[in-house]
Design a protein around this ligand. Sequence first.
Ligand code: SF4
Length: 444
Amino acid sequence: MKYFLYIYGCQMNISDAERIEAVLGSLGYNKTKLCDDADLVIFVTCSVRQSAEDRVWGIVRNLNRLRSKGKKLKVILTGCMALRKEVVRKMTGVDIFLDIKDLNKLPQLLGIKPGKEEIESYLSVKPKYENKFTAYVPIMTGCNNFCAYCIVPYVRGREMSRSPQEVIKEVKELIKKGYKEIILLGQNVNSYAPELKIQSSELRTRSKNSKLLKITDFPDLLEYIAQLSGNFWLSFLTSHPKDLSDKLIEVIAKNPRICPYINLPVQAGDDLILKKMNRKYTVKQYKLLVKKIRKSIPEVAISTDIIVGFPGESKKQFLNSVKLFKDMKYDMAYLNQYSPREGTASAKMKDTVSHAEKERRDKELDKVLNKTALAINKKLVGKVLDVLVERKGKSDLWLAKTKTFKVVKFTSDKNLLGKFVKIKITKAKSFGLEGDSVDSLNSI
Ligand code: SF4
């Protein structure tokens, strides 16, 4: 039996897919690279943008055509789309709509006898990691924030934190296997709140100086992992600005293993729009937070997410976003044109900004971002940076990333995949760097 997997959306979906693959593997399924060969097609879906949903609808329609010609096939839809009533109602050709939290029921849903191992909760499933040196480790799922435009709390449900011992066990195994990069995941990692009752004596691990270490929040967990021995980078995604604490900033600042990279979605640069978005901070508070982060972690790179054309956003309010971008000088930003998602609070608001105007606003912010990112990157020219080699390009070209999540291109005739290398930066672009391997420079 063969399965084919389509994955859309965020890193959490990539991580979920790794757990689905592990369960399918235990049931005797093998992965195929060709959808046409598959007996089972699984969609791990995203509902954040309409375009991602449209792609899934298109592929399911094609599969329906194949089935009408006699192809035997089962289709599973999981992820955010699977939990939206309007999708479930309208999408024909899907055999199983799977809430990922019910992953333990998958064997039963497929009519197969489950393996010997009982699945306690879906996050306790040991994933089949796709990558050999970077691993995503979810520490929590769900969200309680209900930002007006966001579907996540409706589809992923309320926040649920994994127990620290489970997270630490997974991380320790990864380090033992030689993983070089551990990325802790959560819709808002700062709300990580393990239930104290599940913190058994086993968890009350003794730290090096013999003090009882109790993990009660995200900074505690991050620091504990950062102090494990091994050769790895540690980072996390993502943070709601209202919850990013001084304690977290301190932990990042004093633990060199933690990547100095923070994704801090601002979403709008105008207080009234932020209020309508239910973001629960003001522009002033956000700016103060960034100032504090930069003061404590001077080498930090900050990226953001922003929406243009939120219902009612006037030109003047948009210009406040432009001003914020100029002030903040982001390293990177994910620009999104607002599109209403059925079921959210903002879907009931009038979508007042035209598509053309959203495009224009998007381009304007992009221009500012290009300038600030280039200015920051130019300062790196001449410096020697540690990078993790992620991909091979054509001939001797390699693509790596810095500890601040910047892409670096360099050439080498050695196989450096998954290795840490020192690179002297020779050229800067807005969204990338070029350089020479210090090893090769030394051998000249
Ligand atoms: S914090 Fe807001 S934007 Fe992020 S997942 Fe929760 S509701 Fe969505």
